[in-house]
Design a protein around this ligand. Sequence first.
Ligand code: GLN
Length: 230
Amino acid sequence: MLRIAVIYPELLGTYGDGGNGLVLRERALRRGFEATLVSVSIEESLPDAEIYLLGGGEDGPQRRATDALRTDGTLAQRLDDGATLFAVCAGLQIIGQSFAVEGGDTYPGLGLTALETVRGASRRVGELLVDVDGNDLVGFENHGGHTISHGANPLGVVRRGYGNDGEVDGIHEGGLLGTYAHGPVLAMNPWLADRLLARALGRELEPLATVADRLHTERVRVVRQMSRVP
Ligand code: GLN
């Protein structure tokens, strides 16, 4: 049984990032795997799961979620045990060493990776296109944070938009994956959903020909045209 947990969607759910959980469950079910999806509220302890999802959020809820996750402690433990964590935007900032909020105050993150988020010169809003080992990742970014990698391995190279720092986007270290892209990003990039599933299930997956897979090709074409990306 594949257990998927969406963490604190009432705090970290901007732009429908909780939809990433629905996409993962659906793509697992369509291939005949048993999968459950739970939404965990800040009042609850994190359950054991194979895939955890962190979404985007405003600065205040982001701080609350970070404090609660630190107190809970499950996430770091489960990652050590081999679970997969996929984090979007505020989620990506939360898993790093520290993040700065509007006004410049800095708060400790969960320290699961070396990432450090400082305040950027301006807010970054718009389409994000990232090359992930030759795969196109498309999504929408809206954040004031500028994320310094400090040697952490990024998810990919930015072709349009800003991502972490204008050069690279996200994180990919073992079971820790993240991006600045909203969408929900796994609905817009089903190939990435399948990567997470393949990791969590420990096996290669047959391709699926869904409308989402077709729309991904279409969207990449449009964003490339917008940006004149070759
Ligand atoms: N609060 C963070 C920032 O503005 C993250 C925003 C988001 O998740 N969209 O940088």
